[in-house]
Design a protein around this ligand. Structure first.
Ligand SMILES: C[S@@+](CC[C@H](N)C(=O)[O-])C[C@H]1O[C@@H](n2cnc3c(N)ncnc32)[C@H](O)[C@@H]1O
Length: 245
C-alpha cells in the first residue's frame, strides 16, 4: 500500500523537461493511442491565457486546405522545420517529394518515425548545414527564434541552407485583432511533465512583408485562411531572397 502511494505521488510530481518536449510527448501519445489523450492532458500556457497548442492534428479543417496549397507550392528538395507530428511531411512524402523533417523535440521525431516519415531527425534548425530548394516553417514555427530582434539571425541561417532560387514557405497565425507582431512567453505541460519556459513571436502578414524587405527578402502572400471558414485563421507566404544584379 505504502509503495503504491509512493509510486502514485511520484507520478504526480512535476518533472521539468526541455521546453518543446511536452508538446512532443502529447503528439507521441496521440499517435500511439488516440486523440482524446492529447486534448485531455496537454496544456499550453502563455502569460496571458491557457489554450491548446497549434498543431495540424488539432486543426483538421485548416490542415486539409493548407496541405493542398503547400503541395501546390513546393519544389525540389524540401526541409520541414519544426515538423511536429509530420502531418505535412507525410503528405509530401506520399506525393514523391524528397523531404527531410527536423524537430528539436525527440518525442516529435519518434512520433514521425512511427507514422512512417522516412527521413526525420532531432535537430535544431541552427545545426542544419545541407541546402534545400524549399524550406517549410509551418504552424507559426518562424517564431521559434523567440524575439523579433533575432529575425535577422534566422534569416542569415535560412540564407545559408537555401539553394540559390530556393524559397521559404511560412504559415503564420493571423488572428483578426492581431495587427502587430506579438512576442510572448509560455510553457507546455503534458501530464506531470512541465517544459522550461520559452519565448516565441507571431507576426502579421503586413509586418512580415516590411521586415523581410528591409533585410533583402521578398514576401508574397500565397493564401489566407479566414476565421469564418477555418478553426485557426492563418496566412501562407512564400519568402525569397532578392538577388540584385
Ligand atoms: C508550433 S509547432 C508546429 C508543428 C508543425 N509544423 C505543425 O504545423 O503542426 C513548432 C514546432 O517547432 C519545433 N521547434 C521549436 N524550435 C525549434 C528549433 N530551433 N529547431 C527545430 N524545431 C524547433 C517544436 O518542437 C514544435 O514541434
Amino acid at each position: 500500500m505504502f509503495e503504491f502511494i509512493q509510486n502514485l505521488l511520484k507520478r504526480l510530481q512535476p518533472i521539468l523537461v526541455q521546453s518543446m518536449e511536452p508538446h512532443g510527448m502529447a503528439i507521441l501519445e496521440h499517435v500511439k493511442t488516440n486523440r482524446e489523450q492529447f486534448y485531455k492532458h496537454f496544456v499550453f500556457n502563455t502569460n496571458t491565457t491557457t489554450v491548446l497548442s497549434s498543431s495540424m492534428y488539432l486543426y483538421p479543417l485548416l490542415a486539409e486546405k493548407l496541405t493542398n496549397v503547400v503541395l501546390d507550392n513546393c519544389k525540389g528538395k524540401v526541409l520541414d522545420v519544426g515538423a511536429g507530428g509530420g502531418f505535412i511531411t507525410l503528405k509530401l512524402q506520399d506525393k514523391g517529394y524528397k523531404v527531410t523533417a527536423i524537430d528539436i523535440s525527440a518525442h516529435c521525431v519518434e512520433a514521425m518515425k512511427l507514422l512512417g516519415v522516412k527521413d526525420c531527425l532531432v535537430s535544431d534548425i541552427f545545426d542544419i548545414t545541407e541546402q534545400f530548394d524549399t524550406i517549410l516553417l509551418l504552424g507559426s514555427t518562424l517564431g521559434c527564434i523567440g524575439a523579433i530582434d533575432l529575425f535577422p539571425v534566422l534569416l542569415s541561417k535560412l540564407d545559408e541552407i537555401l539553394k540559390p532560387d530556393g524559397q521559404i514557405i511560412i504559415e503564420e497565425s493571423d488572428f483578426h485583432n492581431f495587427w502587430f507582431s506579438y512576442e510572448w512567453e509560455g510553457y507546455f505541460k503534458y501530464k506531470n511533465y512541465i517544459g522550461q519556459e520559452f519565448s516565441w513571436f507571431n507576426i502579421p502578414a503586413n509586418e512580415l512583408i516590411e521586415l523581410a524587405y528591409s533585410y533583402g527578402w521578398h514576401v508574397e502572400i500565397i493564401d489566407t485562411f479566414d476565421i469564418n471558414q477555418f478553426d485557426n485563421p492563418s496566412y501562407l507566404a512564400s519568402m525569397t531572397k532578392i538577388r540584385r544584379q
